[in-house]
Design a protein around this ligand. Structure first.
Ligand code: NDP
Length: 341
């Protein structure tokens, strides 16, 4: 079975790719340039061209970006669309965040409908950002699940890069559901909504200098960022990248996942104080950069926070979530592996 995966060099996508290859799928992944294709090839060098191949798509927001990428021999049976900007360091929210997310998604769906009628399932990486209502803050007593949809407006999204990212995910997911309803394509949709994703990076692919946004939180602690005060966090839900990858592959192959969104989040919440203590316990070599036990900050808000319900992802997709300690340890070990290169 041949699969198209977009953005294969990304943090989440690289884990999706690894799992697809391990399960015997034949994968073509889009990357922005040949250098990224070569790096991916070096990580997965045991797979031949018939199992792992590449198409260059420099910018998913360009018209017809995926027109050629969706054509393949043998033809694709499923598409997993993960490519989308996740960064806050942008100058133009519309151009740098909203357009690639929204236009990138509709470009992809249109290209499949027009050029790849054999595709039966499209899985899109959305986000908790498309579930959560930022205007409600910590919202103690409330439990988020797949029935919630971020009601943000375009004006809210354009007000600040963090809102721009949140809006980009909500609007892109909405555009995908609207496309399917209006265009009635041959394929069904499955949407994965992860919370903050932690987990091991892949040394030959990911650099500490351009680390994906979510892992920067853990990396920052190992680089001394919490030494004098442990940062408080706005959200406390997280998920392991390997569980997110598994959810994508399950959503791609299970008939029961058709036309559903899945909230993928770990069973337990995290705060930065707990992350510091896990690193202290497992990595004595970081002793000098960690805050002392008396340093303030990084705990849960006094009034509590919202809860999360991941039951559907467990029941339908069979995800068994990692616990925080294992994920933090594996993540920090992967940073050490990169810095020793
Ligand atoms: P990465 O930054 O590692 O991956 C993003 C991928 O998208 C990269 O391959 C990047 O390519 C590609 N990309 C971004 N903009 C464009 C563009 N204009 N044209 C072509 N490719 C583009 O982040 P993650 O792996 O964390 O994110 C993957 C997906 O998961 C995103 O959709 C993100 O919104 C979503 N997500 C992530 C969460 C997290 O905590 N990490 C939480 C919830 C959802 P390149 O690197 O070459 O620029």
């Amino acid at each position: 079975t041949r699969i198209l995966l977009t953005g294969g060099s990304g943090f989440i996508a690289a884990h999706v790719l690894g799992l697809l290859l391990k399960q015997g799928y034949s994968v073509v992944t889009t990357v922005r340039n040949q250098k990224k294709a070569d790096q991916i090839k070096s990580v997965f060098s045991k797979y031949g061209k018939d199992q792992l191949d590449f198409t260059i798509v420099e910018d998913i927001a360009q018209p017809d970006a995926f027109k050629n990428a969706v054509i393949s021999t043998p033809p694709f049976e499923a598409v997993i669309h993960t490519a989308s900007p996740f960064q806050f360091n942008v100058t133009d929210i519309q151009k740098d965040l909203l357009d690639p997310a929204i236009i990138g998604t509709t470009n992809m769906l249109k290209a499949i409908k027009d050029g790849a009628p054999t595709v039966k399932r499209v899985v899109i990486t959305s986000s908790f950002a498309a579930i959560y209502d930022p205007s409600k803050g910590d919202r103690p007593g409330y439990t988020y699940s797949e029935i919630d949809f971020n009601p943000m407006t375009l004006e809210d999204a354009l007000s600040h890069p963090a809102n721009g990212y949140t809006g980009s995910k909500a609007f892109a997911e909405k555009a995908a559901w609207d496309f399917v309803e209006k265009e009635k394509p041959n394929f069904s949709l499955s949407i994965i909504c992860p919370t903050l994703v932690f987990g091991p990076i892949i040394p030959a692919l990911h650099l500490l200098s351009s680390l994906n946004t979510s892992n920067q939180l853990i990396y920052g602690i190992t680089a001394g960022a919490a030494k004098t005060r442990i940062p408080d966090m706005g959200g406390h839900c997280w998920v392991d990248v390997r569980d997110v990858a598994y959810a994508h592959v399950q959503a791609m192959s299970l008939p029961t996942a058709a036309n559903k969104r899945f909230f993928t989040t770990a069973n337990e919440q995290y705060n930065n104080k707990t992350v510091v203590e896990i690193i202290r316990k497992n990595f004595p070599e970081y002793k000098d950069v960690l805050p002392g036990g008396e340093v303030e900050g990084g705990r849960f808000p006094v009034g509590g926070t919202f809860g999360t319900n991941n039951e559907r992802s467990k029941e339908v997709l069979g995800v068994e979530y990692h616990g925080l300690e294992k994920t933090v340890v594996d993540t920090v070990n992967s940073f050490s592996a990169v810095s020793q290169k």
